[in-house]
Ligand binder design. Structure first.
Ligand code: A2P
Length: 338
């Protein structure tokens, strides 16, 4: 990776964009020119990258020629409009939105699971999976390789940072208000999020599932290249700032014992097993995930109700491995192509 590449971060002022910059710096990504882009609102602000100040530019008036890699995280609408323009100007686009994830000619890639797919990008666009699918598959792919997973039951406990800065601000504001005996008015979330749980993320679909839940179904099948995998998801927003958690129950073709699962997961890239049967011997968003890169797995145990069933508790920082880190890892795979 000796050659420098010109990088554009679209949505640089957002929760994911900010973390993308921190991760590019931390991993010493070979950044040549760096373009920080956002809406007209933030144009002119300055952001520090490795000790230098960069001025945020307005995406709408930016000329993408000269950009080698564009990391998009400014929502689906922005991606739909601008990602094809960046690709047409010669950039490889790594898109964090759901705009292209289900298109056959756009690869959907988790760097530890199906890295080879990065090269298969006829439109110059690579899609970054949704946060909840990302962490689940980093942990489940090594088990799936051992014995095909037939069915996944998953309930997610998703932090508010997945909804961006405004969602984090709402949790903070409501928490402060309630502790001061004041009323709260939901704005960003459909109902109060502080001291509550909300079983509703993204839009409801005709089948009664939410889009966030269906992402787990569609994306798991596409990334594992297995249209037959059954996935039964429930996605819940919880009043946690950073880190998604998932209670996952899998059914495999052949039985995988908890001991064998621990062994496989200890050897798996990007995974840390935290699985002691004592107080605190399991990962949580605050004690493990927040601010860290790994996908943490604990509470590994046999399903009491199924002969080939295994339960796992999977926790990761949704902004890091769930979004920004994987995007940068995909960019590293592109750079490694030479
Ligand atoms: P801006 O600061 O100009 O609003 P988050 O998910 O944390 O809310 O961040 C969303 C990111 O997407 C921000 O950087 C935001 O920039 C950017 N963004 C939102 N709408 C647009 C747009 N129309 N054009 C470019 N960037 C946008």
């Amino acid at each position: 990776m000796s050659k420098k590449v010109n990088v554009a971060v679209v949505g640089a002022t957002g929760a994911v964009g900010e973390t993308m910059l921190a991760i590019l710096a931390k991993r010493r990504f070979p950044v040549g020119e760096l373009y920080l882009l956002a809406s007209e609102r933030s144009a002119g602000e300055s952001i520090d990258y490795r000790g230098e100040e960069y001025i945020v530019q307005n995406l709408a008036t930016f000329d993408p020629s000269g950009v080698d890699i564009a990391l998009f995280s400014a929502g689906g609408g922005v991606s739909k409009e601008y990602a094809p323009k960046f690709a047409a100007a010669g950039a490889v686009v790594i898109d964090n939105s759901s705009a292209f994830r289900y298109d056959d000619d756009v690869p959907l890639v988790v760097s530890e699971v199906n890295p080879g797919e990065v090269a298969n990008r006829p439109r110059g666009i690579i899609a970054n999976p949704n946060c909840s699918t990302m962490q689940m598959l980093v942990a489940l792919a090594p088990l799936h390789r051992e014995s095909r997973i037939e069915r996944i039951n998953v309930a997610t406990y998703q932090s508010v940072s997945g909804g961006g800065r405004s969602a984090m601000e709402e949790l903070g504001r409501q928490t402060g208000a309630l502790l001061n005996f004041q009323d709260v008015k939901p704005e960003r979330f459909p109902v109060q999020i502080a001291f509550n749980l909300i079983p509703h993320i993204d839009d409801f679909q005709d089948n009664g599932f939410t889009k966030e839940e269906m992402k787990l179904v569609w994306e798991t099948r596409k990334i594992l290249g297995d249209e037959g995998i059954l996935v039964n998801p429930t996605a819940v927003r919880v009043p946690v700032f950073y880190g998604h958690s998932e209670a996952v129950a899998i059914e495999t073709e052949r039985r995988i014992t908890p001991e064998r699962a621990r062994e496989l997961l200890r050897a798996a890239p990007g995974v840390e097993v935290v699985d002691e049967r004592k107080a605190g011997g399991y990962p949580t968003p605050v004690t493990h995930a927040s601010g860290n890169d790994a996908v943490y797995v604990g509470r590994i145990r046999e399903d009491l109700s199924h002969p080939r069933g295994l339960n796992l508790w999977i926790v990761s920082d949704n902004i890091r491995k769930g979004a920004a880190l994987n995007a940068v890892q995909l960019a590293e795979l592109v750079v490694a192509e030479g």
